[in-house]
Design a protein around this ligand. Structure first.
Ligand code: ADP
Length: 447
């Protein structure tokens, strides 16, 4: 049994995990940098430990300090949230070596899925459909041969990739040499590793991902999909569940493929299998071995608390549900509220002078922000998530329009006006968009 959880994160996700712990009667420890001493997760936790100065590498990424905080407070488990150390296999191993439970998958599974090539090979072996592409790494001297075999356009991707960096499209043979060279240079600069591989470039895909949870002993379920096609620079902005592009049969089919794969893998904890979806076909791109930012829309349509499931599984209590118990009900949309200029997306840290969160049926706001809160300039600009649920997509959109009018965040710039714009757009109303839609829309509507 787990009796005290240290939450190795900050912001809205630290608060989210804390809420689940409180519901389960588990004691909580918050950790924070000196810049976050006033943060809501620190105020609401049973205990808190300052683990260092503002830069993440000295605090939220400082493994020694986090392990020391566990020892000092007697925490017997760590929830890593998302980002920071959540997909760091070494961190998981160090915790295990100290007899502290890592609430997440095994270090081995984190490693396999953290490398794009081994992830893709593993997915393929487990029966998950993948994007046609190279068998592993591509060297510049073999690039042309591999690209011809795949067929142009092709995408060159960094093996160690993340956040869309080290990725280049070659539309024809003439582009290839430069695309490979640029991708390798970017990959080396961003990840210290210049290895690249190649995939067929899909021109108008949607980004559709499947939420799974496994018990680590061969049982696993899927909780349907999320459509995260509305992106800017590969960053998700608006997510919905279910996808406007899938019917029930398609959902259950791809969901079952992922659940079966996770059973074979004996996967433990929550994870997300990400796909591009084009012309009725799914193509695996990566798997995230952690809770995702957009998990609340899945919770809204299934009624299942994913953090409760993570903690149950980590304590050896197994899953609380079987596949046949999972019922998908209604539609949910999440808007990511960032402290950024809504047109240029330039970060806008500062003090929130007025904060009013909307309420009513089907409305959830996950945020650590409050009136008088000073947003530190050191971290991600996500300050909250607005999640709206309705019985149908139409009802959900009507509710979202009302709720956006009610939400007040003054003193800083936020992305709220972007959502006011999207909610009134006909393509969005029709659910008719792909991964390039938002960037084209922003370019077309900028002065
Ligand atoms: P990262 O880990 O850098 O985020 P991903 O493999 O998850 O990389 O891809 C990020 C985004 O890049 C996808 O959501 C999609 O927008 C685009 N992308 C990735 N692979 C392809 C592909 N084969 N064809 C077209 N677009 C792609």
């Amino acid at each position: 049994m787990i009796s005290k959880i240290l939450i190795a994160n900050r912001g809205e996700i630290a608060l989210r995990v804390l809420r689940a712990c409180k519901e389960l009667g588990i004691a909580t420890v918050a950790v924070h940098s000196t810049a976050d001493a006033d943060a809501m997760h620190v105020r609401l936790a049973d205990e808190s430990v300052c683990i260092g100065p503002p830069p993440s590498r000295d605090s939220y990424l400082n493994i020694h300090q986090i392990v020391a905080a566990c020892e000092i407070t007697g925490a017997d488990a760590v929830h890593p949230g998302y980002g920071f150390l959540s997909e760091n296999a070494k961190f998981a191993e160090i915790l295990e070596a100290h007899d502290i439970t890592f609430i997440g998958p095994t270090a081995e599974h984190i490693r396999i899925m953290g490398d794009k090539i081994t992830a893709k090979q593993t997915a393929q072996e487990l029966g998950i459909p993948v994007v046609p592409g190279s068998d592993g790494e591509v060297k510049p001297e073999n690039a042309l041969e591999v690209a011809r075999k795949i067929g142009f356009p092709v995408l060159i991707k960094a093996t160690a990739g993340g956040g869309g960096r080290g990725m280049k499209v070659a539309r024809s043979e003439a582009d290839l040499e430069e695309a490979v060279a640029t991708a390798r240079t970017e990959a080396l600069a961003a990840f210290g590793n210049d290895a690249v591989y190649m995939e067929k470039y899909l021109s108008k895909p949607r980004h559709i991902e499947i939420q799974i949870v496994g018990d680590g002993a061969g049982n696993a379920v899927h909780l349907g999909e999320r459509d995260c096609s509305l992106q800017r620079r590969h960053q998700k902005v608006w997510e919905e569940a279910n996808s406007p592009a899938l019917n029930v049969d398609q959902r259950m089919k791809i969901g079952q493929i992922c659940a079966d794969a996770m059973k074979k893998l004996k996967y433990r904890g929550a994870g997300t299998v990400e796909f591009l979806y084009e012309n009725g076909e799914f193509y695996f791109i990566e798997m995230n071995t952690r809770l995702q930012v957009e998990h609340p829309i899945t919770e809204a349509i299934t009624g299942i608390d994913l953090v409760h499931e993570q903690i149950r599984v980590a304590s050896g209590g197994g899953l609380s549900v079987q596949q046949e118990d999972i019922v998908f009900s209604g539609h949910a949309i999440e808007c990511r509220i960032n402290a950024e200029d809504p047109r240029t997306f330039v970060p806008s840290p500062g003090t929130i002078t007025h904060f009013h969160a909307p309420g009513g049926l089907g409305v959830r706001v996950d945020s650590g922000a409050y009136q008088g809160y000073r947003i530190p300039p050191y971290y991600d600009s996500l300050i909250g998530k607005l999640i709206v649920h309705g019985r149908t997509r139409v009802e959900c959109m009507m509710r979202l329009r009302r709720v956006l009018d009610e939400f007040v965040i003054d003193g800083i710039k936020t992305t709220l006006p972007l959502f006011q714009d999207l909610i009134n757009n006909q393509d969005i109303a029709n659910g008719d968009y792909d991964i390039h839609w938002l960037e084209k829309h922003l370019a077309a509507t900028s002065e």
